[in-house]
Ligand binder design. Sequence first.
Ligand SMILES: Cc1ncc(COP(=O)(O)O)c(C=O)c1O
Length: 439
Amino acid sequence: MATLSRSLVDVAEQVSAGRPAPDLSALADRLSGSAILKIAAEVRALQAAGQPVLNLTVGDFSPKEFPIPAALAQACVRAFETGQTNYPPSDGVPELRAAIARLYERELGLRYPLESIIVQSGGRPGIYAAYLTLVDPGEAVLYPLPSWNNNYYCQLVGARAIEVPTDAANGFMPTAEALAPHIGAARLVVINTPVNPTGTVMPAEQLRAICDLILEENHRRARRGARGLYLLFDQIYWMLTFGAARHVTPVEVAPEMAAWTIMVDGISKSFAATGLRVGWTIAPPDVAQPIRDIIAHAGAWAPKPVQVATAELLDDAEAVHEYHQQMKTEAQRRLDALYQGFQAMRAAGLPVDCLAPQGAIYLSARLDLLGRSFDGRSFTSNDDIRRFVLEQAGFAVVPFDAFGFQGEPGWVRLSVGAVSLADIESGLQRLHRALERVR
Ligand SMILES: Cc1ncc(COP(=O)(O)O)c(C=O)c1O
Protein backbone atom coordinates (compact mmCIF):
# COMPACT_ATOMS: atom_id res chain seq x y z
CA MET A 1 0.00 0.00 0.00
CA ALA A 2 1.41 3.42 -0.94
CA THR A 3 2.00 5.60 2.09
CA LEU A 4 0.38 9.02 1.81
CA SER A 5 2.03 11.83 3.63
CA ARG A 6 -0.51 13.35 6.03
CA SER A 7 -0.31 16.08 8.63
CA LEU A 8 -1.46 14.99 12.10
CA VAL A 9 -4.71 16.41 13.52
CA ASP A 10 -4.86 16.49 17.32
CA VAL A 11 -8.54 15.74 17.81
CA ALA A 12 -8.76 16.56 21.54
CA GLU A 13 -7.24 19.98 20.89
CA GLN A 14 -9.59 20.68 17.97
CA VAL A 15 -12.69 19.68 19.98
CA SER A 16 -11.85 21.83 23.00
CA ALA A 17 -10.97 24.79 20.78
CA GLY A 18 -13.98 24.31 18.49
CA ARG A 19 -17.00 24.71 20.78
CA PRO A 20 -18.27 24.93 24.39
CA ALA A 21 -19.49 21.85 26.33
CA PRO A 22 -21.73 19.77 24.08
CA ASP A 23 -25.49 20.08 24.02
CA LEU A 24 -26.53 16.41 23.87
CA SER A 25 -29.82 14.50 23.85
CA ALA A 26 -32.06 14.32 26.89
CA LEU A 27 -31.14 10.61 27.08
CA ALA A 28 -27.42 11.39 27.20
CA ASP A 29 -28.09 13.93 29.94
CA ARG A 30 -30.08 11.59 32.17
CA LEU A 31 -27.88 8.49 31.73
CA SER A 32 -25.39 7.73 34.51
CA GLY A 33 -22.27 5.56 34.29
CA SER A 34 -21.84 2.26 36.13
CA ALA A 35 -21.15 2.70 39.86
CA ILE A 36 -19.54 -0.75 40.01
CA LEU A 37 -17.07 0.02 37.24
CA LYS A 38 -15.95 3.14 39.12
CA ILE A 39 -15.18 1.06 42.22
CA ALA A 40 -13.37 -1.52 40.08
CA ALA A 41 -11.10 1.21 38.70
CA GLU A 42 -10.13 2.23 42.26
CA VAL A 43 -9.28 -1.38 43.08
CA ARG A 44 -7.08 -1.70 39.99
CA ALA A 45 -5.20 1.45 41.00
CA LEU A 46 -4.42 -0.02 44.45
CA GLN A 47 -3.33 -3.32 42.90
CA ALA A 48 -1.09 -1.46 40.46
CA ALA A 49 0.51 0.26 43.46
CA GLY A 50 1.48 -3.19 44.75
CA GLN A 51 -1.03 -3.52 47.61
CA PRO A 52 -2.48 -7.04 48.15
CA VAL A 53 -6.20 -6.82 47.35
CA LEU A 54 -8.85 -9.51 47.55
CA ASN A 55 -10.95 -8.31 44.64
CA LEU A 56 -14.52 -9.35 45.35
CA THR A 57 -15.99 -6.51 43.28
CA VAL A 58 -16.40 -7.77 39.75
CA GLY A 59 -19.30 -9.94 38.59
CA ASP A 60 -16.83 -11.65 36.31
CA PHE A 61 -14.55 -14.68 36.28
CA SER A 62 -10.80 -15.04 36.21
CA PRO A 63 -10.22 -17.61 33.45
CA LYS A 64 -7.47 -19.05 35.66
CA GLU A 65 -9.93 -19.77 38.51
CA PHE A 66 -12.98 -20.48 36.33
CA PRO A 67 -12.12 -21.57 32.77
CA ILE A 68 -14.90 -22.07 30.22
CA PRO A 69 -15.84 -25.71 29.44
CA ALA A 70 -13.08 -27.39 27.43
CA ALA A 71 -15.75 -28.67 25.01
CA LEU A 72 -16.83 -25.07 24.36
CA ALA A 73 -13.27 -23.86 23.77
CA GLN A 74 -12.59 -26.74 21.36
CA ALA A 75 -15.85 -26.18 19.50
CA CYS A 76 -15.01 -22.45 19.14
CA VAL A 77 -11.66 -23.32 17.58
CA ARG A 78 -13.33 -25.78 15.20
CA ALA A 79 -15.91 -23.14 14.23
CA PHE A 80 -13.15 -20.66 13.37
CA GLU A 81 -11.23 -23.31 11.45
CA THR A 82 -14.29 -24.27 9.42
CA GLY A 83 -14.90 -20.64 8.44
CA GLN A 84 -18.00 -19.80 10.49
CA THR A 85 -16.97 -16.17 10.34
CA ASN A 86 -19.61 -14.37 8.28
CA TYR A 87 -22.83 -12.73 9.53
CA PRO A 88 -25.08 -15.06 11.49
CA PRO A 89 -28.85 -14.73 10.99
CA SER A 90 -29.76 -11.68 13.09
CA ASP A 91 -31.79 -13.74 15.57
CA GLY A 92 -29.14 -16.46 15.92
CA VAL A 93 -28.01 -19.55 14.01
CA PRO A 94 -30.87 -22.08 13.77
CA GLU A 95 -28.84 -24.85 15.39
CA LEU A 96 -28.30 -22.72 18.54
CA ARG A 97 -31.94 -21.66 18.78
CA ALA A 98 -32.95 -25.31 18.46
CA ALA A 99 -30.36 -26.35 21.08
CA ILE A 100 -31.72 -23.72 23.49
CA ALA A 101 -35.25 -25.05 22.91
CA ARG A 102 -34.02 -28.56 23.71
CA LEU A 103 -32.13 -27.33 26.82
CA TYR A 104 -35.26 -25.64 28.18
CA GLU A 105 -37.37 -28.70 27.50
CA ARG A 106 -34.80 -31.05 29.05
CA GLU A 107 -33.80 -29.02 32.10
CA LEU A 108 -36.72 -26.67 32.82
CA GLY A 109 -39.72 -28.60 31.47
CA LEU A 110 -40.70 -25.77 29.10
CA ARG A 111 -41.44 -26.32 25.41
CA TYR A 112 -41.00 -23.13 23.37
CA PRO A 113 -41.46 -22.74 19.61
CA LEU A 114 -38.32 -21.62 17.76
CA GLU A 115 -39.84 -18.25 16.90
CA SER A 116 -39.85 -17.44 20.64
CA ILE A 117 -36.06 -17.71 20.88
CA ILE A 118 -33.72 -14.86 19.91
CA VAL A 119 -29.97 -15.07 20.32
CA GLN A 120 -28.04 -11.88 21.05
CA SER A 121 -24.62 -10.73 22.27
CA GLY A 122 -24.98 -11.61 25.97
CA GLY A 123 -27.90 -10.99 28.30
CA ARG A 124 -27.82 -7.19 28.24
CA PRO A 125 -29.11 -6.48 24.71
CA GLY A 126 -32.03 -8.82 25.43
CA ILE A 127 -32.95 -6.85 28.55
CA TYR A 128 -32.67 -3.55 26.71
CA ALA A 129 -34.68 -4.83 23.74
CA ALA A 130 -37.39 -6.16 26.07
CA TYR A 131 -37.66 -2.75 27.76
CA LEU A 132 -37.82 -1.02 24.36
CA THR A 133 -40.46 -3.47 23.14
CA LEU A 134 -42.78 -3.16 26.11
CA VAL A 135 -42.28 0.18 27.83
CA ASP A 136 -43.13 3.62 26.43
CA PRO A 137 -41.49 6.75 27.86
CA GLY A 138 -43.22 7.73 31.11
CA GLU A 139 -44.58 4.22 31.78
CA ALA A 140 -43.61 2.52 35.03
CA VAL A 141 -41.25 -0.40 35.61
CA LEU A 142 -41.52 -2.15 38.96
CA TYR A 143 -38.55 -3.97 40.48
CA PRO A 144 -37.13 -4.86 43.89
CA LEU A 145 -34.00 -3.34 45.45
CA PRO A 146 -31.19 -4.21 45.50
CA SER A 147 -31.28 -4.70 41.75
CA TRP A 148 -28.73 -5.02 38.97
CA ASN A 149 -28.91 -2.22 36.37
CA ASN A 150 -32.69 -1.75 36.11
CA ASN A 151 -32.14 1.92 37.00
CA TYR A 152 -29.98 2.29 33.87
CA TYR A 153 -32.48 0.51 31.62
CA CYS A 154 -35.21 2.81 32.94
CA GLN A 155 -33.00 5.81 32.13
CA LEU A 156 -32.38 4.43 28.64
CA VAL A 157 -36.07 4.10 27.74
CA GLY A 158 -37.31 7.07 29.80
CA ALA A 159 -39.36 4.83 32.09
CA ARG A 160 -40.48 5.73 35.58
CA ALA A 161 -38.81 3.35 38.07
CA ILE A 162 -40.92 2.06 40.96
CA GLU A 163 -38.36 0.54 43.30
CA VAL A 164 -39.47 -1.71 46.15
CA PRO A 165 -36.89 -2.25 48.90
CA THR A 166 -36.44 -5.73 50.34
CA ASP A 167 -34.73 -6.79 53.57
CA ALA A 168 -32.14 -9.23 54.84
CA ALA A 169 -34.68 -11.11 56.96
CA ASN A 170 -36.40 -12.16 53.72
CA GLY A 171 -33.17 -12.95 51.84
CA PHE A 172 -33.58 -9.63 49.97
CA MET A 173 -36.46 -11.19 48.03
CA PRO A 174 -39.48 -9.18 46.92
CA THR A 175 -42.79 -10.46 48.23
CA ALA A 176 -46.13 -10.28 46.46
CA GLU A 177 -47.43 -8.16 49.39
CA ALA A 178 -44.66 -5.58 48.89
CA LEU A 179 -45.26 -5.40 45.11
CA ALA A 180 -49.07 -5.39 45.32
CA PRO A 181 -49.61 -1.67 46.06
CA HIS A 182 -47.67 -0.73 42.90
CA ILE A 183 -48.84 -3.39 40.50
CA GLY A 184 -51.70 -1.32 39.09
CA ALA A 185 -49.30 1.42 37.96
CA ALA A 186 -46.73 -0.84 36.31
CA ARG A 187 -46.27 -1.84 32.69
CA LEU A 188 -43.39 -4.20 33.41
CA VAL A 189 -42.21 -6.09 36.50
CA VAL A 190 -38.56 -7.19 36.55
CA ILE A 191 -37.44 -10.13 38.67
CA ASN A 192 -33.95 -11.63 38.74
CA THR A 193 -33.19 -14.94 40.44
CA PRO A 194 -30.65 -16.22 41.49
CA VAL A 195 -30.07 -12.63 42.44
CA ASN A 196 -27.22 -10.33 41.57
CA PRO A 197 -26.12 -8.89 44.05
CA THR A 198 -27.42 -11.03 46.95
CA GLY A 199 -26.67 -14.62 45.91
CA THR A 200 -30.11 -15.68 47.12
CA VAL A 201 -32.72 -17.68 45.19
CA MET A 202 -36.44 -16.98 45.04
CA PRO A 203 -38.47 -19.84 46.54
CA ALA A 204 -41.14 -21.36 44.27
CA GLU A 205 -44.06 -20.30 46.49
CA GLN A 206 -42.88 -16.69 46.52
CA LEU A 207 -42.56 -16.63 42.72
CA ARG A 208 -45.97 -18.27 42.47
CA ALA A 209 -47.52 -15.50 44.60
CA ILE A 210 -45.97 -12.81 42.39
CA CYS A 211 -47.19 -14.57 39.24
CA ASP A 212 -50.71 -14.78 40.72
CA LEU A 213 -50.57 -11.05 41.40
CA ILE A 214 -49.59 -10.35 37.77
CA LEU A 215 -52.25 -12.70 36.38
CA GLU A 216 -55.01 -11.18 38.55
CA GLU A 217 -53.94 -7.71 37.45
CA ASN A 218 -54.02 -8.81 33.80
CA HIS A 219 -57.53 -10.23 34.22
CA ARG A 220 -58.65 -6.85 35.62
CA ARG A 221 -56.92 -5.00 32.77
CA ALA A 222 -58.45 -7.30 30.15
CA ARG A 223 -61.95 -6.49 31.49
CA ARG A 224 -61.38 -2.78 31.00
CA GLY A 225 -59.33 -3.14 27.80
CA ALA A 226 -56.14 -1.74 29.35
CA ARG A 227 -52.55 -2.54 28.33
CA GLY A 228 -51.23 -5.75 29.90
CA LEU A 229 -48.56 -6.21 32.58
CA TYR A 230 -45.45 -8.17 31.57
CA LEU A 231 -42.76 -9.90 33.62
CA LEU A 232 -39.12 -9.69 32.57
CA PHE A 233 -37.51 -12.68 34.27
CA ASP A 234 -33.73 -12.48 34.31
CA GLN A 235 -32.44 -15.99 34.97
CA ILE A 236 -28.88 -15.58 33.75
CA TYR A 237 -27.59 -17.43 36.87
CA TRP A 238 -30.18 -20.25 36.86
CA MET A 239 -27.71 -23.10 36.38
CA LEU A 240 -25.73 -21.94 39.43
CA THR A 241 -27.72 -22.95 42.51
CA PHE A 242 -26.33 -24.62 45.62
CA GLY A 243 -27.57 -27.04 48.28
CA ALA A 244 -31.33 -27.15 48.67
CA ALA A 245 -31.96 -24.03 46.57
CA ARG A 246 -33.92 -24.85 43.41
CA HIS A 247 -34.50 -22.54 40.48
CA VAL A 248 -38.03 -22.37 39.10
CA THR A 249 -39.48 -20.30 36.26
CA PRO A 250 -42.72 -18.28 36.22
CA VAL A 251 -44.14 -20.49 33.48
CA GLU A 252 -43.42 -23.63 35.50
CA VAL A 253 -45.18 -22.36 38.63
CA ALA A 254 -48.04 -20.68 36.72
CA PRO A 255 -48.35 -21.88 33.07
CA GLU A 256 -50.73 -18.99 32.24
CA MET A 257 -47.68 -16.73 32.69
CA ALA A 258 -46.36 -17.98 29.30
CA ALA A 259 -48.28 -15.15 27.61
CA TRP A 260 -46.74 -12.48 29.86
CA THR A 261 -43.17 -13.66 30.53
CA ILE A 262 -39.95 -12.66 28.78
CA MET A 263 -36.90 -14.59 29.97
CA VAL A 264 -33.30 -13.47 29.58
CA ASP A 265 -30.46 -15.96 29.80
CA GLY A 266 -27.04 -16.74 28.35
CA ILE A 267 -23.70 -18.48 28.77
CA SER A 268 -21.93 -15.55 30.46
CA LYS A 269 -22.31 -16.76 34.03
CA SER A 270 -23.38 -20.40 33.81
CA PHE A 271 -20.31 -21.27 31.72
CA ALA A 272 -17.97 -18.53 33.01
CA ALA A 273 -18.03 -17.20 29.45
CA THR A 274 -18.56 -13.47 30.00
CA GLY A 275 -16.22 -12.54 27.16
CA LEU A 276 -17.78 -14.80 24.55
CA ARG A 277 -21.00 -12.76 24.29
CA VAL A 278 -23.78 -15.25 23.74
CA GLY A 279 -27.15 -14.66 25.38
CA TRP A 280 -30.77 -15.25 24.48
CA THR A 281 -34.24 -13.90 25.05
CA ILE A 282 -37.33 -16.09 25.14
CA ALA A 283 -40.71 -14.44 24.73
CA PRO A 284 -44.21 -15.13 23.44
CA PRO A 285 -43.85 -15.15 19.60
CA ASP A 286 -45.72 -11.84 19.12
CA VAL A 287 -43.44 -10.11 21.65
CA ALA A 288 -40.34 -11.87 20.29
CA GLN A 289 -40.84 -10.37 16.82
CA PRO A 290 -40.10 -6.71 17.75
CA ILE A 291 -37.31 -7.85 20.10
CA ARG A 292 -35.79 -9.68 17.11
CA ASP A 293 -36.04 -6.50 14.99
CA ILE A 294 -34.42 -4.32 17.66
CA ILE A 295 -31.51 -6.75 18.08
CA ALA A 296 -31.12 -6.86 14.29
CA HIS A 297 -31.10 -3.08 13.84
CA ALA A 298 -28.72 -2.59 16.76
CA GLY A 299 -26.47 -5.30 15.30
CA ALA A 300 -26.28 -6.83 18.78
CA TRP A 301 -25.95 -10.39 17.52
CA ALA A 302 -23.56 -12.85 19.08
CA PRO A 303 -20.32 -13.84 17.30
CA LYS A 304 -21.16 -16.64 14.87
CA PRO A 305 -18.33 -19.05 15.77
CA VAL A 306 -19.35 -18.89 19.43
CA GLN A 307 -22.99 -19.46 18.55
CA VAL A 308 -22.11 -22.59 16.60
CA ALA A 309 -19.91 -23.80 19.47
CA THR A 310 -22.56 -23.03 22.10
CA ALA A 311 -25.10 -25.11 20.17
CA GLU A 312 -22.75 -28.11 20.39
CA LEU A 313 -22.17 -27.56 24.12
CA LEU A 314 -25.84 -27.17 25.09
CA ASP A 315 -26.73 -30.38 23.26
CA ASP A 316 -24.05 -32.30 25.15
CA ALA A 317 -26.00 -32.87 28.38
CA GLU A 318 -23.14 -34.86 29.88
CA ALA A 319 -20.49 -32.18 29.22
CA VAL A 320 -22.81 -29.54 30.70
CA HIS A 321 -23.46 -31.66 33.78
CA GLU A 322 -19.79 -32.48 34.34
CA TYR A 323 -18.77 -28.87 33.92
CA HIS A 324 -21.33 -27.71 36.45
CA GLN A 325 -20.34 -30.32 38.99
CA GLN A 326 -16.81 -28.94 38.92
CA MET A 327 -17.62 -25.25 38.53
CA LYS A 328 -20.33 -25.14 41.18
CA THR A 329 -18.07 -26.99 43.61
CA GLU A 330 -15.38 -24.36 43.08
CA ALA A 331 -17.82 -21.44 43.41
CA GLN A 332 -19.45 -22.93 46.49
CA ARG A 333 -16.11 -23.58 48.20
CA ARG A 334 -15.22 -19.92 47.84
CA LEU A 335 -18.65 -18.73 48.97
CA ASP A 336 -18.59 -21.12 51.93
CA ALA A 337 -15.11 -19.93 52.92
CA LEU A 338 -16.36 -16.33 52.99
CA TYR A 339 -19.54 -17.33 54.80
CA GLN A 340 -17.60 -19.24 57.45
CA GLY A 341 -15.05 -16.44 57.78
CA PHE A 342 -17.82 -13.92 58.42
CA GLN A 343 -19.57 -16.25 60.86
CA ALA A 344 -16.31 -16.71 62.77
CA MET A 345 -15.78 -12.93 62.98
CA ARG A 346 -19.35 -12.54 64.16
CA ALA A 347 -18.82 -15.22 66.81
CA ALA A 348 -15.73 -13.28 67.93
CA GLY A 349 -17.95 -10.25 68.57
CA LEU A 350 -17.07 -8.27 65.45
CA PRO A 351 -19.89 -6.24 63.86
CA VAL A 352 -20.50 -8.36 60.76
CA ASP A 353 -23.19 -10.62 59.37
CA CYS A 354 -23.87 -12.60 56.20
CA LEU A 355 -26.51 -14.72 54.46
CA ALA A 356 -25.94 -18.34 53.50
CA PRO A 357 -25.07 -18.67 49.79
CA GLN A 358 -27.83 -20.13 47.61
CA GLY A 359 -26.88 -19.30 44.04
CA ALA A 360 -24.95 -17.21 41.49
CA ILE A 361 -21.40 -16.22 42.47
CA TYR A 362 -22.30 -13.77 45.23
CA LEU A 363 -22.58 -13.55 48.98
CA SER A 364 -24.49 -10.88 50.92
CA ALA A 365 -22.34 -9.70 53.82
CA ARG A 366 -22.83 -6.92 56.34
CA LEU A 367 -20.10 -4.65 57.69
CA ASP A 368 -22.15 -2.97 60.39
CA LEU A 369 -19.80 -0.06 61.04
CA LEU A 370 -22.03 2.99 60.66
CA GLY A 371 -21.69 5.17 63.79
CA ARG A 372 -18.45 3.42 64.82
CA SER A 373 -15.01 4.87 64.23
CA PHE A 374 -11.48 4.03 63.15
CA ASP A 375 -8.48 6.18 64.10
CA GLY A 376 -10.79 8.88 65.46
CA ARG A 377 -12.80 9.16 62.23
CA SER A 378 -16.37 7.92 62.32
CA PHE A 379 -18.09 6.02 59.56
CA THR A 380 -20.92 8.10 58.16
CA SER A 381 -21.73 6.30 54.92
CA ASN A 382 -21.51 2.94 53.18
CA ASP A 383 -18.79 4.41 51.03
CA ASP A 384 -16.72 5.22 54.17
CA ILE A 385 -17.04 1.54 55.11
CA ARG A 386 -16.11 0.37 51.61
CA ARG A 387 -13.01 2.57 51.57
CA PHE A 388 -11.99 1.47 55.06
CA VAL A 389 -12.02 -2.25 54.24
CA LEU A 390 -10.32 -1.58 50.90
CA GLU A 391 -7.56 0.62 52.28
CA GLN A 392 -6.98 -1.08 55.66
CA ALA A 393 -7.58 -4.71 54.69
CA GLY A 394 -7.23 -4.87 50.91
CA PHE A 395 -10.77 -6.30 50.96
CA ALA A 396 -12.64 -4.96 47.93
CA VAL A 397 -16.45 -5.09 47.99
CA VAL A 398 -19.41 -3.37 46.34
CA PRO A 399 -21.94 -1.78 48.74
CA PHE A 400 -25.60 -2.48 48.00
CA ASP A 401 -25.94 1.28 47.34
CA ALA A 402 -24.48 0.53 43.89
CA PHE A 403 -27.62 -1.58 43.36
CA GLY A 404 -29.93 1.21 44.47
CA PHE A 405 -30.46 -0.21 47.97
CA GLN A 406 -30.88 2.40 50.71
CA GLY A 407 -32.18 0.10 53.47
CA GLU A 408 -30.22 -1.38 56.40
CA PRO A 409 -26.69 0.06 56.11
CA GLY A 410 -23.48 -1.90 55.69
CA TRP A 411 -24.64 -4.65 53.29
CA VAL A 412 -22.17 -5.41 50.53
CA ARG A 413 -21.81 -7.84 47.63
CA LEU A 414 -18.90 -10.29 47.67
CA SER A 415 -18.26 -11.82 44.24
CA VAL A 416 -16.04 -14.91 44.04
CA GLY A 417 -15.47 -15.43 40.31
CA ALA A 418 -12.02 -13.91 40.20
CA VAL A 419 -10.40 -15.11 43.45
CA SER A 420 -8.73 -18.26 44.76
CA LEU A 421 -9.39 -19.94 48.10
CA ALA A 422 -5.92 -18.92 49.29
CA ASP A 423 -6.67 -15.28 48.37
CA ILE A 424 -9.89 -15.49 50.37
CA GLU A 425 -8.14 -16.86 53.46
CA SER A 426 -5.56 -14.08 53.53
CA GLY A 427 -8.18 -11.42 52.75
CA LEU A 428 -10.32 -12.62 55.65
CA GLN A 429 -7.35 -12.47 58.01
CA ARG A 430 -6.60 -8.89 56.97
CA LEU A 431 -10.26 -7.97 57.40
CA HIS A 432 -10.41 -9.56 60.86
CA ARG A 433 -7.36 -7.58 62.00
CA ALA A 434 -8.73 -4.31 60.58
CA LEU A 435 -12.14 -4.79 62.21
CA GLU A 436 -10.49 -5.39 65.57
CA ARG A 437 -9.20 -1.82 65.39
CA VAL A 438 -12.68 -0.33 64.92
CA ARG A 439 -14.14 1.37 68.00
C1 LIG B 1 -28.52 -10.16 36.80
C2 LIG B 1 -27.79 -10.05 35.51
N1 LIG B 1 -28.47 -10.10 34.37
C3 LIG B 1 -27.86 -10.00 33.18
C4 LIG B 1 -26.50 -9.82 33.10
C5 LIG B 1 -25.92 -9.67 31.72
O1 LIG B 1 -24.91 -10.49 31.41
P1 LIG B 1 -24.14 -10.42 30.00
O2 LIG B 1 -24.63 -9.25 29.23
O3 LIG B 1 -22.71 -10.29 30.37
O4 LIG B 1 -24.46 -11.72 29.34
C6 LIG B 1 -25.74 -9.75 34.28
C7 LIG B 1 -24.29 -9.49 34.22
O5 LIG B 1 -23.66 -9.13 35.18
C8 LIG B 1 -26.40 -9.87 35.51
O6 LIG B 1 -25.74 -9.83 36.67
